[in-house]
Design a binder for this molecule. Structure first.
Ligand SMILES: O=C([O-])CC(=O)C(=O)O
Ligand SMILES: [Mg+2]
Length: 542
C-alpha cells in the first residue's frame, strides 16, 4: 500500500498509516481521531500479543491465513511486526502450504482486493489499468497467470494468493519496504472446468488464450511496467513450463527480471547441495543428481548445478552429464523424441528405462531432487536404493505444497535409517528417529527471492543474471554452522531468516557493483547500507 498522510477517519482505514489502538493521545488530537477509538493506548508489543490471542482462538490455518490477510489490509505495521516476530511460525500461514489452500478456495474466501488484476480483455489498456494502483514508485512486481500454482495446477485468477504471499515475504524476510511492491495477476482465462462451472469464480470465464495473442499481452504488460516504473524488477511466478521458459528467454537480457520457479528454486537447491556436500565430505564435482520431474524447475536447477560444477573445474558438458532427469515417460535420454529444447542438454546417452529405482541402481546418483508435483514418488524402495548406493544420500522432495511433496521428512529419515540429508519445499516438523532428533530444512526459494529483491533494490540493478543466483546460493550455504549441519539443517534456521537474507542480499549486491550492473553509487559498506535500507515494522515516532 502506498504511504499516505490521510487524516481523520481515513487514517484509520489506510493500512500504511493505521495504528489502531496504538495511536497516541497526541496523534489522535492532531489527526482528528478523538472519539473514533476507545480511550486506551496500546504499545505495538501489546497489539502483537492481542493478535496472538486472536489467532489462538481460530480452528485452522486457513482461518488464520484469512485473519492475517485482513490484518495486512488493516494495519500494515502490525501485520509485519507479527510475521517478523516469529517467521518460522508465520511463513507456513502466509506462504506454502496454507497459501495453496487459499488459492484453491480463492473465489469462496474472497474478501477485499489487493494488487492489480489485468484481464486479457483489457488488451491495449494495460497501462491505463496499472495506473489505478495508487503507488507511483513500484520496484517489485510478482506476477502470475495462475496456470501452475505450486503443484496444484491451473487455479485461474485464484493464483493471486501467490504474488501476495511472495511479496509479503520480500518484506518480512528481507526488509523490502512494502509500499514498493505490487502483486499482479494476468487473467488470460482458465482451463480448469471446475472453476468455470463455479458461480463464485471471479476470473474471466473462457479457456486460456495461447500463442500470439498471449505473447502480445505479455509484451504489452512488460512495456507498461517499464513505462510507469522504470526501476521495477518483474518476478514471474507459477506460469506453466512452456510459457515460463519462453518469457524468461525473451526478457532476461532486455529488462530487470527473473523467474522464481526456475532461477530462485535453482538457487535454493544449489544452496542445499552446497550444504549437503559439506556433510558428505565429497567435492561438488564428484556428485551426481537425478531429478524426478523434467520441467523448467528441474532444468533450471540442473543447469545452475552444472554452472557451479564448471566453476570448480569440469567442462560444462562434463558437468551437465552429472545431472539426469526422469519424468512421466521415464529416464530422459538422448533417443527420446518427446523432448523440448530446454530439456535436451540433460538428455544423455542411456538405454530407455521406466523404473526410477533401476535408474538409481544403475547411475548411482548421490542425490535425488523431486520437482514433479506428484506426491509419494520417493517411496520406500527409492529411498532404500539411494541408501544402498550412498553413505549419506541427498533427498530433496521440493514439490509444493506439503500435499505434493515426493516424501515426508519422517519417511526419508526412517527409510534411510537416519542417513538422509534432507530438505523439502514445504515445511515439516522435526522428526525423532532412534532417539535422535532431526530438524528438516525447508529448501524453498524463500531463501533466495527476498534477498535477490533486497539486493536489486539497494543497487537498482539493471539486470538479474544467472551468476547472481550462484552468488546467492553460496551466501546462503556459507551461513550454516557445523552444529546446524549436525542436526540435519542444511539451510540457515528460519528463526534467523531476516538476518540470513540481509547477508545474502549484501553478497549479491557486491556482485552487482563488481559487475557494473548497478545504477547507484557503491556505498562504502554494502552490508551496513542494506541493513539501514531494510524495512522495520515499527511505528514512526509520533
Ligand atoms: O511457492 C513456493 O513455496 C515455492 C515455489 O515457488 C513453487 O512451489 O512454485
Ligand atoms: Mg512458484
Amino acid at each position: 500500500m502506498a504511504k499516505t498522510t490521510a487524516k481523520g477517519y481515513a487514517a484509520l482505514h489506510d493500512p500504511s498509516m493505521n495504528r489502531g489502538s496504538a495511536f497516541t493521545a497526541q496523534q489522535r488530537k492532531t489527526l482528528g481521531l478523538e472519539g473514533l477509538l476507545p480511550i486506551g493506548v496500546d504499545s505495538l508489543e501489546l497489539q502483537i500479543a492481542r493478535v496472538h490471542t486472536q489467532l489462538d482462538m481460530l480452528d485452522n490455518d486457513l482461518q488464520r491465513y484469512l485473519f492475517l490477510m485482513d490484518l495486512q489490509s488493516r494495519n500494515q505495521t502490525l501485520f509485519y511486526a507479527v510475521l517478523m516476530g516469529d517467521p518460522a511460525r508465520f511463513m507456513p500461514l502466509v506462504y506454502t502450504p496454507t497459501v495453496g489452500e487459499a488459492c484453491q478456495k480463492f473465489d469462496h474466501i474472497f474478501r477485499s482486493s489487493h494488487g492489480v488484476y489485468l484481464p486479457i480483455t483489457a488488451k491495449g489498456r494495460v497501462k491505463e489499468l496499472l495506473k489505478n494502483w495508487p503507488q507511483k514508485d513500484v520496484r517489485f512486481i510478482v506476477v502470475t497467470d495462475g496456470e501452475r500454482i505450486l503443484g496444484l495446477g491451473d487455479l485461474g485468477v485464484g493464483g493471486m494468493g501467490i504474488p501476495i504471499g511472495k511479496l509479503a515475504l520480500y518484506t518480512a524476510v528481507a526488509g523490502v519496504p512494502p509500499e514498493l511492491t505490487l502483486p499482479i495477476t494476468l487473467d488470460v482465462g482458465t482451463n480448469n472446468q471446475e472453476l468455470l462451472d463455479d458461480p463464485l469464480y471471479l476470473g474471466l470465464r473462457q479457456q486460456r488464450v495461447r500463442g500470439k495473442d498471449y505473447d502480445a499481452f505479455i509484451a504489452e504488460f512488460v512495456d507498461a511496467v517499464q513505462a510507469l516504473y522504470p526501476k521495477c524488477c518483474i518476478q514471474w511466478e507459477d506460469f506453466a513450463n512452456f510459457n515460463a521458459v519462453g518469457i524468461l528467454q525473451k526478457y532476461k537480457d532486455k529488462v530487470c527480471t527473473y523467474n522464481d520457479d526456475i532461477q530462485g528454486t535453482a538457487g535454493v537447491a544449489l544452496a542445499g547441495i552446497l550444504g549437503g556436500v559439506r556433510v558428505t565430505g565429497k567435492k561438488l564435482t564428484e556428485h551426481k543428481f537425478l531429478f524426478m520431474g523434467a520441467g523448467s524447475a528441474a532444468t533450471g536447477i540442473a543447469e545452475l548445478i552444472s554452472q557451479a560444477m564448471a566453476m570448480e573445474g569440469l567442462s560444462i558438458d562434463e558437468a551437465r552429464a552429472r545431472n539426469w532427469l526422469f519424468d512421466i515417460n521415464g529416464l530422459v535420454q538422448s533417443s527420446r523424441k518427446d523432448l523440448a529444447d530446454f530439456q535436451k542438454p540433460f538428455a544423455h546417452k542411456h538405454a530407455a528405462s521406466n523404473s526410477f529405482v533401476d535408474v538409481i541402481k544403475d547411475l548411482k546418483p548421490t542425490g535425488i531432487i523431486g520437482v514433479s508435483t506428484v506426491p509419494k514418488l520417493f517411496n520406500q524402495q527409492v529411498i532404500e536404493a539411494m541408501s544402498e548406493v550412498n553413505e549419506r544420500p541427498i533427498i530433496f522432495p521440493y514439490s509444493n505444497p506439503t500435499s505434493r511433496s515426493e516424501c515426508t521428512a519422517e519417511e526419508a529419515y526412517k527409510w534411510s535409517d537416519g542417513k538422509a540429508i534432507f530438505a523439502s519445499g514445504s515445511p515439516f516438523d522435526p522428526v525423532t528417529y532412534k532417539n535422535k532428533t532431526y530438524i528438516p530444512g525447508q529448501g524453498n526459494n524463500v531463501y533466495i527471492f527476498p534477498a535477490m529483491g533486497m539486493a536489486v533494490l539497494a543497487t537498482q540493478s539493471k539486470r538479474v543474471t544467472e551468476e547472481m543466483f550462484i552468488v546467492a546460493a553460496k551466501a546462503v550455504a556459507e551461513q550454516v554452522t557445523q552444529a546446524e549441519l549436525d542436526t540435519g539443517l542444511i539451510y540457515p534456521p528460519q528463526s534467523q531468516i531476516l538476518d540470513a537474507s540481509l547477508h545474502t542480499a549484501a553478497k549479491i549486491a557486491e556482485y552487482i557493483f563488481d559487475n557494473n550492473l548497478a545504477r547507484v553509487k557503491r556505498p562504502k559498506d554494502i552490508e551496513a547500507h542494506i541493513r539501514k535500507t531494510a524495512y522495520r515494522p515499527v511505528y514512526d515516532p509520533a
